[in-house]
Write a protein that binds this ligand. Structure first.
Ligand SMILES: [Zn+2]
Length: 327
């Protein structure tokens, strides 16, 4: 029986630790159970948490009983740690999943699926890609629960394609518009916009920023209709102004701009090409690393793993785009 003290704390979790301690699927499963069920096993079917009414069925290859299988006495259902998570129905060993989560969470500019395929010895590029998209999918949604507040920097950029015509506001077709909203000293979220218009930006700001917050942007026309529920502080990039001091407050958009530069280096350097349909997933990946930037790679991995639940993903929604996840 495993004990809590034997497991590394999230802060101490390193790649070496994962590879040496969770080298078997049994160990990887025990670790995931520890993360998902810190206070005891919960039946994913009926939410029964009475430990006396859940028991483990002994694994047996002859009887085709998989390891970690549990029986719930309340609903008579059976389950393992992966039921109802993004790992469900995956044939990839859990130990490899753990390494993939860690690599995604610790690589600043992202990690390509080709590299994941090589590092994990996966059978195909497609398997690696699907695995990485599942992880991104888990990261993509629950962050959007509370609004950003305080001082929020908002800026838009274009990714993909060639940089032509961006200045005139008429990007060529292959360019995709991304808006990022970054709370100074706090969290960020990034969205894909079909077009950069005042209406689209205002909608994003209203949805993600708390009423009464201060919003810093550049002095582009698209921000002129900023709703009056915010204090709008534009910095005059058109007049070569990059920082303006107003008493103790600095008007600038440097935080969101540096976040963009990391995203672009990732997309250009690591992923080369990202499609419109998958762009929200990559944005979620970069946002997660940004939002967890003050913690260790291990802590960032564990907090991501906690999002694996309730995000069951089949091949179908992945093919059809992922903008509308099932709740
Ligand atoms: Zn149950």
């Amino acid at each position: 029986m495993k004990t809590k003290s034997m497991l590394p704390t999230p802060a101490n979790l390193t790649l070496d630790e994962i590879q040496s301690r969770f080298a078997t699927d049994e160990a990887a499963r025990a670790y995931l159970e520890e993360i998902r069920w810190p206070n005891g096993v919960i039946c994913p079917h009926c939410k029964n948490a009475d430990q006396k009414r859940i028991w483990e069925i002994k694994a047996s290859s002859t009887a085709k009983i998989r390891a970690g299988l549990r029986q719930c006495a309340k609903c008579k259902g059976q389950f393992t740690i992966t039921v109802g998570t993004i790992f469900e129905d995956s044939h990839i060993p859990l130990r490899k999943w753990l390494v993939a989560w860690y690599l995604l969470c610790s690589s600043k500019k992202g990690i390509s699926s080709l590299q994941i395929q090589r590092m994990l010895g996966l059978g195909s590029y497609r398997t690696a890609l699907f695995m990485m998209h599942r992880i991104r999918y888990a990261l993509a949604h629950p962050a959007f629960t509370t609004q950003l507040s305080g001082t929020v920097e908002v800026d838009e950029t274009y990714v993909g394609g060639k940089a032509k015509n961006v200045k005139s506001g008429h990007p060529i077709k292959t360019k995709m518009c991304v808006v990022s909203l970054v709370e100074r000293g706090g969290k960020a979220r990034s969205l894909v916009l079909d077009r950069v218009t005042g209406a689209n930006l205002n909608r994003a700001i209203r949805e993600h920023v708390e009423v009464g917050s201060t919003v810093c942007t550049d002095d582009s026309m698209v921000y002129r209709g900023m709703p009056k529920i915010f204090t709008h502080k534009p910095v005059k990039h058109s007049a070569d102004e990059y920082v303006r001091k107003e008493k103790d407050f600095l008007v600038h958009t440097n935080t969101v701009e540096s976040k963009f530069s990391l995203l672009k280096r990732g997309i250009i350097g690591t992923f080369h090409q990202v499609s419109r349909k998958h762009l929200p997933l990559y944005l979620a990946e970069f946002d997660h690393r940004y939002n967890q930037r003050k913690v260790t790679d291990g802590e960032r991995t564990v907090s991501a793993l906690k999002l694996a639940e309730g995000k069951r993903l089949t091949l179908k929604p992945l093919k059809n785009g992922l903008n509308k996840p099932k709740k």
